[in-house]
Ligand binder design. Structure first.
Ligand code: TNX
Length: 754
């Protein structure tokens, strides 16, 4: 397995490491001392990539001082604890031992006995922290690594876990064996809430798939797993009180209570809180399939798939809150974290307004609006949960009326909702810009700060980044007079408002994510966001992001993720025994963005019959990030800036893409699943030929005109999924695939000698 890993690391990493040969390393001392790295935009990428030199600790620590020196990793390490370690900390140490072994490529022994002469000692000092693991846990640590010994000093168990993770990231392979980088680290997170939300309702994610995510989360210091366990599509937890919830509501795929306990145990071991979400009063079709008597509209419409997202509980039935309170009580008891998420998003007003008895109830009880009715409901379930020691969390719709002040708001519909929640004194978690299911590239999310008050900033950045040579921090377009009021630019949060921002959360809704796709859809993009949520903005370096992410992706797979393995498996299913050309193609393209590949979403928007979408197509295998295209684009920039020695590299890449089309067409001839990607393959070849022609290779009579047309076509396809708004009204390219080498080809063409 390890050998296999090195085989796959090489292709990608070699490209990136090739760049390390260019030019002198810029400004090593400033960087080594933890000073902000020079702003990227005024340096050509090739030089900037040189900055990604060992050690790579991600997220970037508050202070990382290193001379760059390293020493041979010893065969064994004597671990000395200042105070007796808890079993949890001993298990953390065992994970460190295994990870170091994998990263080093050979086992390492940890002993408690006195050090041998010349042996290395790891001293661990930590205070007790009664708040661990919870919202107020102390996560800071300092770490000193030198040939004379290693010292980790932590504020509590969370700090020990983070310090051990950073220590593992100081291990690297060198030609004559594994080494440990010397370093001094002082570190503490910017935000206390650094979450990952996974939707297990739309597609069930078996427990082993979730456990892998916990390991990866620990490796990048994410500390909240928000798990969406109930939605219209399914209710995913065994219920002993209301067994129909899992027998009928899960379609047979659910977590047993014992599995939930295991998940929570494994998360706790890694300093990760588990915040469960059971979405009501909307998004409750699965619960209502099991218990139809609580439905706002009976009988439930089971013929129209669109109803899965619409059906709502009847909040006016006195039995409903009794039922919900009992479900929540049973579920809340499974999760030790004080926070319990009740959903509350997207209650379709018609569900209530069009029901005669609900309308009559509202009139009789002077309930002015559907939002007010929802607020009554929220207050009800919140007070029952509060009696059980829980703090309630809800999506930002729950604040549309008067709700308890201690309700935590999860802002997803834009900064206006963050402003509203924090102004009202609600603790708030920001997830709106970080929806991984929009399939935007890592850099678009990464360059959007949680406190950025521009609406759809990540979407706008992605739109700008993929179509041409734009600065890495492209801004959304200025507002126009036709914009809706909520689109108007907002003032920054006040200091008082900022104290209510607990942190941020990245989310993966799973309408079009099968378990096989999970690792690749979450990672490595979530690693970029882990840094955005942990590190101060001036420690977040967008220009070195991709080379760093490439290394992180390899590390995470080595340590247990299956992003690469599962992608290979999906490729095998599409083209058994002949995956190579498909692999080349799909590594250079991305799926269309902003829900354009969520066909059901589009059908519902167009009021068509919603049908079940088959996954496993080329667009499901392609990644929102193309490391190969990023490398090509960066090298093309560097080439035109004077790095003429890159010509050979560029030609090699372009030739491979140009020649891949016939191999792909051959594979598609007997693997029908590939046919949707034929146009994308032809388009990649056209772009590659345009690039080669711009470099002076294979000129034909009309090469310049052909090249411009190829670029324009590819850009038009990209623009078709520039925003959710555009997606709704624009046909998408064949196979739902877009090209990622457009910026590189364009700079080459712009500079080509006439
Ligand atoms: C909105 S985000 C939802 C989810 C969907 C997502 C993507 C939120 C609170 N609700 O139920 O999965 O859009 O379609």
């Amino acid at each position: 397995m390890t050998a296999d890993f090195f085989k796959h690391i090489s292709a990608r990493t070699l490209l990136l490491c090739g760049l390390a040969l260019l030019g002198p390393p810029p400004c090593p001392t400033a960087w080594a001392q933890g000073v902000a790295e020079p702003h990227a935009t005024d340096l050509p990428p090739a030089f900037v990539r040189n900055m990604v030199r060992a050690p790579l600790v991600m997220p970037a620590p508050a202070v990382l001082q290193t001379s760059g020196a390293a020493f041979a990793l010893p065969q064994n390490l004597t671990v000395h604890w200042d105070s007796p370690p808890t079993p949890l900390l001993l298990r953390a140490l065992e994970r460190l031992r295994m990870r170091v072994g994998l990263l080093a490529g050979r086992p390492i022994d940890f002993t408690q006995s006195p050090p041998q002469p010349g042996g290395l000692v790891l001293n661990i000092r930590t205070a007790k922290d009664p708040a661990f693991p919870g919202p107020a846990m102390q996560e800071g640590y300092t770490l000193d690594v030198a040939p004379t010994g290693i010292t980790l000093t932590a504020q509590g168990p969370a700090g020990v876990l983070h310090g051990l993770t950073s220590l593992s990231q100081l291990v690297r392979q060198e030609l004559d064996g594994p080494v440990l980088a010397q370093a001094h680290i002082e570190d503490t997170p910017r935000f206390a809430w650094r979450g990952l939300m996974l939707d297990t309702s739309r597609h069930f994610m078996p427990l082993p798939d979730l456990l892998r995510q916990l390991d990866a989360m620990e490796m990048v210091k994410l500390n909240v797993l928000h798990i969406h366990l109930s939605d219209g599509a399914a209710f995913r937890v065994e219920s002993k009180v209301f067994p129909r919830l899992h027998t009928i509501g899960s379609h047979g795929e659910y977590y047993t209570q014992e599995q939930i306990r295991q998940l929570v145990r494994e998360a706790t071991d890694r300093g990760i809180r588990v915040v469960p979400e059971f979405d009501t009063p909307g998004h409750s079709y699965a619960m209502l399939l099991a218990y139809p008597r609580y439905a706002a509209n009976a009988p439930l419409n089971t013929t129209d798939r669109a109803e899965i997202n619409r059906a709502a509980l009847d909040p006016t039935n006195p039995a409903t809150s009794g039922f919900v309170n009992a479900v929540y009580a049973e579920m809340a008891a499974l999760f030790p974290d004080p926070v319990f998420h009740i959903g509350g998003d997207e209650v379709v007003a018609k569900q209530w307004a069009q029901s005669a008895h609900i309308a009559a109830y509202m009139k009789q009880h002077h309930v002015a609006s559907v939002a007010a009715l929802q607020a009554d409901y929220t207050r009800h379930v919140a007070s029952a949960l509060r009696l059980r020691g829980k703090t309630v969390m809800g999506w930002d719709e729950v604040q549309e009326a008067d709700i308890p002040p201690d309700t935590i708001i999860e802002s997803w519909r834009g900064p206006a909702h963050t402003a509203q929640a924090t102004a009202a004194g609600h603790d708030t978690v920001i997830s709106g810009p970080y929806y991984l299911d929009r399939l935007l590239p890592a850099s678009a999310y990464y360059t959007t700060d949680p406190l950025d008050m521009r609406k759809d900033a990540a979407e706008a950045r992605a739109a700008a980044q993929t179509t041409g040579p734009t600065p890495p921090d492209a801004l959304p377009p200025p507002p126009t007079s036709t914009d809706k009021p909520e689109d108007a630019p907002l003032p920054p949060l006040t200091d008082a408002q900022k104290t209510h921002v607990l942190g941020a959360e990245t989310a993966l809704w799973a309408e079009v994510v099968s378990p096989d796709m999970l690792d690749g859809r979450v990672w490595p993009r979530a690693a970029a966001l882990a840094e955005r949520f942990w590190s101060a903005p001036e420690r977040c370096n967008a220009t070195t992001l991709y080379p760093r992410l490439a290394i992180m992706a390899d590390r995470l797979d080595l340590l247990g993720l299956k992003a690469h393995a599962n992608t290979q498996r999906m490729l095998e299913r599409l083209a058994p025994g002949e995956t190579e050309a498909t692999d080349v193609l799909l590594k250079a393209v991305s799926p269309v963005r902003n829900y354009a590949h969520n066909h059901e979403f589009l059908q519902i928007r167009h009021k068509q019959t919603a049908t079940l979408q088959q996954l496993g197509t080329p667009a499901d295998i392609a990644s929102p990030d193309s490391f190969e295209a990023e490398t090509f684009n960066a090298e093309a920039q560097a080439f035109i800036a004077g790095h003429t020695e890159l010509r050979h590299d560029l030609e090699t890449m372009l030739t491979r893409w140009a020649n891949n089309d016939s191999a792909f067409a051959q594979a598609a001839a007997h693997n029908a699943g590939l046919t949707p990607a034929l146009p994308a393959s032809a388009q990649l070849a056209r772009l590659a030929r345009a690039g080669l022609a711009a470099l002076g290779e294979g000129h034909t009579l009309n090469w310049r005109e052909n090249a411009r047309t190829a670029l324009a076509d590819a850009k038009k396809d990209i623009a078709a999924s520039a925003s959710i708004h555009v997606v709704t009204n624009t046909p998408q390219p064949a196979g739902d695939l877009i090209q990622r080498i457009v910026p590189g080809v364009e700079v080459l063409l712009d500079q080509a000698i006439p």
